[in-house]
Design a protein around this ligand. Structure first.
Ligand code: NAP
Length: 254
């Protein structure tokens, strides 16, 4: 699999998938690692997903990149989330402020943790284009190393300001919702179109569509299915789509 600034370009999201089902998490994590994925995105917002991931990582923590989040209105609550994460993961490769919640307050103590070497990169996320102005303000502080945003043929608002800004500032980009939450995979085009794109499946085409933008570092599709995890991972190798192939994906996703 191709590697960019955050490692292999296909990772795994965990919203609405594992919750407290550590057995399922272990099956999907094993499939992901076997297929070359390394980055796992989570959050205290995702029920028991962090705990399940930590169980699934028992034998493999050194191979993984945990990209979790602080999602708390107060510093006190954020620190309590962080303490639990340290217990589960030891240290965080990527710690993100979820949905910009109290981001100015959290940034100060998180920077101290990064300076002390317990966090490698600090990030910030938002799912809604209505918050992209504030997300851009956060990036312009120069204090974040990563940004997580939605990008798929139906959600392209980040192309206007955030992707150029991230590229200008050298901020790594994590793409959430590559399948639009799942809706985009429901109507695959005919086999001849997939053949023209050089992929086996429509989800692979959607992942390659995002990764063909070289400003993107990693996509994090979520799935509860180990086979789909393996199949999605195959989208992480070149060749990437040219403009014409990208337009073809957009037409079939329309
Ligand atoms: N920070 C934020 O505000 C924020 C917001 C949203 C998401 N995120 C992160 O981004 C991740 C991805 O976004 P998402 O989970 O909303 O949506 P997504 O990855 O766009 O879509 C997930 C859906 O796609 C299905 N799927 C996955 N691979 C498939 C395949 N090969 N064939 C058919 N269906 C497939 C899954 O169903 P099955 O389980 O049945 O395979 C699941 O329902 C999240 O899990 C989370 O980590 C962050």
């Amino acid at each position: 699999m191709e590697e960019r600034r955050l490692g292999p370009v296909v990772g795994l999201g965990t919203w609405n998938t594992f919750d407290l089902n550590a057995e399922l998490a272990s099956e999907v994590v094993t499939a992901a690692l076997d297929s070359g994925c390394r980055l796992f995105d989570s959050s205290p917002m995702y029920g028991g997903a962090e705990l399940s991931l930590s169980v699934a990582f028992e034998e493999s923590r050194e191979q993984t990149v945990i990209a979790t989040k602080i999602w708390a209105r107060t510093v006190e609550a954020g620190r309590a989330q962080y303490a639990r994460q340290v217990g589960w993961f030891g240290r965080m490769e990527i710690e993100q402020i979820h949905n910009l919640l109290a981001w100015r307050e959290h940034l100060e103590w998180l920077e101290r943790e990064r300076d002390a070497g317990r966090i490698d990169r600090l990030g910030v996320t938002h799912y809604s284009s209505s918050a992209f102005g504030e997300l851009a303000d956060a990036l312009r502080t120069g204090r974040f190393d990563t940004v997580q945003i939605p990008l798929n043929p139906h959600e392209r608002e980040c192309e206007r300001e955030l992707l150029p800004l991230a590229a200008e500032l050298g901020i790594a980009v994590i793409v959430m919702r590559p399948f639009g939450g799942g809706g985009l995979v429901l109507r695959p085009p005919p086999a001849e179109v997939l053949a023209e794109l050089g992929v086996e499946t429509w989800p692979q085409a959607l992942l390659k569509w995002a990764l063909s933008d070289e400003r993107v570092d990693v996509v994090i599709p979520a799935t509860t299915n180990p086979e789909r995890t393996r199949s999605n991972a195959k989208a992480g190798s070149p060749p990437w789509f040219d403009d014409e192939q990208r337009r073809l994906v957009e037409q079939w996703a329309a």
